[in-house]
Design a protein around this ligand. Structure first.
Ligand SMILES: *Cc1c(COP(=O)(O)O)cnc(C)c1O
Length: 372
């Protein structure tokens, strides 16, 4: 039976035997009995395999008709991906505004021959020129962060294919429910499960999804060799969270779109960034993410850093915190981070699953508290 992703996700690990547990138990063991040769053993040691990884990876991979490999964090997954793809090309053409940690990691790997070439992924001529330089990997993140710019994955996928470059898409913000980069030419997707995919702000974990069998085996190999393995309990939590991802992300996306429209009308707000709001990329945003554009938006308030800090403190519902994607709404003034290049007064907000009207009422009182 051909079922939809949301249904597949819930039944990915069904065991039909009478008396089987409905939920995979937590396999908190480092060792498995093994009397014979390792080649003949299904399991033997916890750095090599875990039934909890398998359960999570089956559910996560199923969402994209792909294989998934879980890691101890999103950056652990990124590291393994750079190592594995580095066997094909060590030159990474990377979206200029992609996740700071990934760009920092690429820079840190320079002594090992890795080269990062920043590019504006909205400028297709620049991407084509950058890829023409030498064998490369194209590394894209869309929507970008914190300006939520949408890049055209189908077009970038064609440019990558023409150059013979594998394309990596960091799909953390939209998640595999809203955006399917593997259908648009990506060789691999990176996802920080820490964010909306697990969704409950209770775990740090990451994964790569891919349909490239050789790459998947390399990633599994690097997980064993370098040891960035997810713990069984964290894996179990991420899997538990994942099962409600389609419900959560639909609600969060609808709320974020509502909040973005509300803020765009507010006299204290000077700019709002959300996919679909900008008429120049609205058609692309809705084509690439037809079921919603994710929980994350950003906006700028008149009065710069001081006004933004006061606003963040004045909210009763948006938790002052970094990161995003959880069931509780959260926000922060981004430029409080030294590495951030965003405007001083820019607030990045992540919409949770609270009643949307309550969030708007909270924003109303918080913005009113700024006065004038
Ligand atoms: C958080 C994040 C990461 C890194 O994930 P961790 O789980 O924190 O290691 C990578 N990419 C994006 C877009 C992120 O938001």
């Amino acid at each position: 039976m051909d079922t939809s992703p949301a249904t597949r996700l819930l039944h990915a690990n069904d065991h039909p035997e009478e008396g089987a547990p409905i939920v995979e138990p937590i396999f908190s063991t480092s060792l498995y009995r093994m009397a014979g040769a390792p080649e003949d053993a299904e399991r033997f040691y916890g750095r090599y395999h875990s039934p909890n990884w398998t359960a999570l990876e089956t559910a996560l991979g199923g969402l994209e008709d792909a294989s998934a490999v879980a890691f101890a964090s999103g950056l652990g997954a990124a590291h393994a991906l750079i190592l594995a793809l580095g066997e094909r090309a060590k030159r990474f053409v990377v979206a200029r505004d992609s996740y700071f940690g990934a760009r920092k990691l690429l820079d840190a790997m320079r002594p090992f021959g890795v080269e990062a070439v920043p590019v504006d992924c909205a400028d297709h001529d620049a991407v084509r020129a950058a890829l023409a330089g030498a064998p490369s990997v194209l590394w894209v993140e869309t929507p970008s962060n914190p300006y939520l710019i949408v890049f055209d994955l189908a077009a970038l996928g064609e440019l990558a294919a023409a150059a013979g470059a594998p394309m990596v898409v960091d799909n953390t913000t939209a998640t595999a429910v809203l955006q399917r980069p593997l259908d648009l030419g990506a060789t691999a997707c990176l996802v920080s499960l820490t964010k909306a995919t697990s969704g409950h702000s209770d775990v740090v974990l990451g994964a790569v999804t891919s349909r490239d069998r050789a790459l998947v085996e390399q990633l599994e190999g690097w997980r064993i060799a370098a040891g960035a393995i997810p713990g069984p309990f964290e894996t179990w939590l991420a899997h538990r969270g994942l099962r409600t991802l389609p419900l959560r992300i639909a609600r969060q996306s609808a709320t974020a779109a509502l909040v973005a429209r509300y803020l765009a009308e507010h006299p204290r707000v000077t700019a709002v960034h959300y996919p679909g709001l900008d008429p120049r990329t609205a058609e692309l945003a809705h084509r690439q993410m037809p079921d919603g554009c994710g929980p994350l938006l950003s906006f700028e308030v008149a009065g710069g850093a001081a006004a933004a800090d006061a606003l963040v403190r004045a909210s009763r519902l948006f938790v002052a915190a970094t990161s995003f994607g959880g069931v509780e709404s959260s926000w922060e003034r981004r430029a409080r981070w030294a590495s951030e290049t965003a405007a001083e007064g820019l607030v990045r907000a992540s919409c949770g699953i609270e009643e949307p009207d309550d969030l708007v009422a909270d924003l109303e009182q918080a913005l009113a508290s700024l006065g004038g």
